[in-house]
Design a binder for this molecule. Sequence first.
Ligand code: HEC
Ligand code: HEC
Length: 326
Amino acid sequence: MKRILLLVASLCILGTSLFAATIPEGMAPLPTQVPVPSNNPMGEAKIALGKQLYFEPALSKSGEFSCNSCHNLGTWGVDNQQFSIGHQWQRGGRNAPTVFNAAFWSKQFWDGRAPLLEDQAKGPPLNPVEMSSKDAESVMAQLKEAGYEPLFQAVFGKNSFTYDNMAKAIAAFERTLITPNAPFDKFARGEGTISAAAQRGMQKVEEVGCTSCHSGDLFTNNAFVKFAYGSDNGLKSVTHDKGDDHLFRVQSWRNVAMTAPYFHDGSAKTLAEAVRVMAKVQLDTELEESDVSDIVEFLKTLTGEAPKVIYPVLPRPAGHALNWKD
Ligand code: HEC
Ligand code: HEC
């Protein structure tokens, strides 16, 4: 009996040491807990309301665009377009990042201008090229007409039918959009394996230095760094500080294989191209084509399980149309 136990123990030790040797330091499975701000605790009813609002075209002036138009939950939280289509078929100047796992980012937007999901959600309804409502009051008027007031009251209490609470509910819903159990995560937990090419790619990204920025369990250090590429000023467009020129948030590699095209300007059509550009611009390195394809294979192992979202029924007044203004 003792001998068997010893054998099991030594196999375990051997197992862990082999496993530790293959996974570069810092890489780990996606955390299961998202950060939640103390002034917006999660709750089932709030999440359900947030989900309705996420799919609610009444947030847009035309009654046509919802958050899901550009961040389609059926396609990894993106629209796979270089620039999204918004109000009156207009296109903005930046690529729509995914909402999946957004709860983990230090700040929202490529240039970080919204610290929290709550701040972010107040932007699109009033953005002229996105949902284009005139002001918060007109958004709330459309939501009222649709029948949302009692739903807000059930979640937030009396006199709670406000634009801020709209954003809070959406943010709570977004915090549920996480994507666990990617093949890499299972591999890191010793529950499965990834291809030899992916394992080579995993070593390569550390060897060439990608992981100095794309580090840790999120594959981003969540910092804003220089990306001397394209004409967008990044963080400088928010702070107007010269030192912030072309600073962008390091994007996570989580689900990156599913969110083409790449970069803030959606200019890289393929993941291989994005990898080549990154190596050149960020690390001044020309990668061998075999390394590019190994890295791409590794990045593919970071595609997790998409959250299962049942399309919600939205409140509507029986028997009459909403008063959309286009
Ligand atoms: C017309 C398309 C469009 C609509 C509608 C839209 N978004 Fe976005 N979203 C974008 C684009 C483009 C960006 C990037 C803008 C930037 O960084 O300047 C973005 C950024 C974001 C981000 C930041 C993610 C990150 O990685 O930083 C979140 C979160 C988000 N949107 C959620 C929402 C929510 C919630 C709604 C509905 C209230 C919404 N969006 C409506 C296009 C859209
Ligand atoms: C100095 C920091 C840094 C290093 C090193 C770095 N990156 Fe990046 N990476 C970034 C930033 C910042 C972005 C966001 C770029 C933007 O705003 O368009 C990014 C974006 C990306 C994207 C596109 C993500 C998306 O959603 O559009 C990929 C893919 C990527 N990096 C892969 C790599 C690979 C592979 C390496 C190593 C060869 C690497 N990166 C090295 C900072 C870095």
